[in-house]
Design a binder for this molecule. Sequence first.
Ligand SMILES: Cc1cc2nc3c(=O)[nH]c(=O)nc-3n(C[C@H](O)[C@H](O)[C@H](O)COP(=O)(O)OP(=O)(O)OC[C@H]3O[C@@H](n4cnc5c(N)ncnc54)[C@H](O)[C@@H]3O)c2cc1C
Length: 153
Amino acid sequence: MRSNWINNKEEMFQVIDKCDTCYVSMVDQNKMPYVVPMNFGLQDGVIYLHSSGKGKKMDILQQNNNVCIAFSTDHQLKFQNKDVACSYAMRYRSVLIYGQVEFIEEAEAKIEKLNIIMQKYTGREFSYNAPAIREVSVWKVVIREMIGKKLGY
Ligand SMILES: Cc1cc2nc3c(=O)[nH]c(=O)nc-3n(C[C@H](O)[C@H](O)[C@H](O)COP(=O)(O)OP(=O)(O)OC[C@H]3O[C@@H](n4cnc5c(N)ncnc54)[C@H](O)[C@@H]3O)c2cc1C
């Protein structure tokens, strides 16, 4: 099965849109990797995420806000001969993006971006109470570089 680069941005954004989870990787102060699965939203080529303001990922991002985010979908196991391990392959479409996390501070902007995420998962928007908005961290990742790859499609 041939693997190919995904060359057009539209297809890359379709891949991202189809995913319900992304994997956000970062590098800590000791140059050790750290990756967490997260939910996300996508609008106009920008990825939005949200989290608590505390925890390991926030400690890392305060020091180093560079991230690489992986998205992967359309997984399908295929084989040529069911008794030959090397004839098995997983069809997939995937995208990696590189960028930097910026934190959105202003309450109205936080609500707008949270609703981009909620819209993706529920198809609707919500209102939020002020303490919840104060506590939540809303992340914005402008895509600096985006690479797509697919196998079997
Ligand atoms: C499908 C999915 C969607 C998610 N969506 C979000 C989201 O949108 N926002 C969000 O903030 N979190 C989300 N999470 C949880 C996220 O993966 C982290 O567990 C969480 O954000 C805490 O991260 P932290 O760095 O603050 O960990 P801490 O609370 O500081 O964690 C302490 C230790 O726990 C370990 N750890 C942390 N997370 C995980 C994990 N997921 N699995 C195994 N070990 C772990 C690490 O070794 C870490 O050192 C999601 C998880 C899943 C599986």
